[in-house]
Design a binder for this molecule. Structure first.
Ligand code: GAR
Length: 207
């Protein structure tokens, strides 16, 4: 059984997709052991508690500086003893010590086809604003392992989504979620839980 800890910052629709996929048997061999948010008031915590998953918040605002927060955050993560950490719309930089400790055990969903529209400053709705500004005709989503460089780890899965002429950032965000994110992330967790992924020379192989 893979113990999965989900980290969130916002609405938690990706978290909900994971919860629903576990309930529907689309993700197997997996227990959702906890949810941590960096934000006290988010809908995600409610989604987790409704599903009977322990949910807590650890906010940078409650600590003197980033170093103190990072230490407290990692301690909370460790308490859940996760086999896999899933960043489902988690918009805080992952402490280096955590990336090292959980090497090859952290995955992230990003709402573009990496390496387009990613890196510092590209998160949430901003990614879709930039895609529309650039006038791309195709965008999508990517699930990848987390390494120290932002959005740079081995790519697990990607799915393309069409950009329509009358799209707004909000309409594009929703289509990317519906057509890509809510499918890719549960699939990646199921693949990991059932031993179907291997990282070889920095690249992901489906075995
Ligand atoms: C999702 O679109 C996710 O891909 C994105 O934030 C949104 C969270 O939505 N993540 C990033 O931009 C990470 N760089 P949700 O809270 O409804 O799942």
């Amino acid at each position: 059984m893979l113990s999965v800890l989900v980290l969130v910052s916002g609405g938690g629709t990706n978290l909900q997709a994971i919860i629903d996929a576990v309930a529907a048997g689309k993700i197997t061999n997996t227990e959702l052991v906890g949810v941590i948010s960096n934000n006290k008031t988010v809908k995600s915590l409610e989604r987790a508690r409704n599903a009977g998953i322990p949910a807590i918040s650890v906010s940078p605002k409650d600590y003197a500086d980033r170093a103190e927060f990072n230490e407290a955050f990692l301690a909370k993560v460790d308490e859940f003893q996760p086999d896999l950490i899933v960043l489902a719309g988690f918009l805080v930089a992952i402490p280096q010590a955590m990336v090292q400790k959980y090497s090859n055990r952290i995955i992230n969903i990003h709402p573009s086809l990496i390496p387009s529209f990613c890196g510092v400053g590209y998160y949430g709705l901003k990614v879709h604003e930039k895609a529309l500004e650039r006038g791309v005709k195709i965008t999508g989503a990517t699930v990848h392992y987390v390494i120290e460089g932002m959005d740079e780890g081995p790519i697990i899965a990607q799915k393309a989504v069409a950009v329509l002429e009358d799209d707004t950032p909000e309409s594009l965000q929703l289509r990317v979620m519906e057509e890509a994110e809510w499918l890719l992330l549960p699939q990646a967790i199921d693949d990991i839980a059932n031993g179907r992924l291997q990282v070889v020379d920095g690249k992901v192989k489906h075995v």
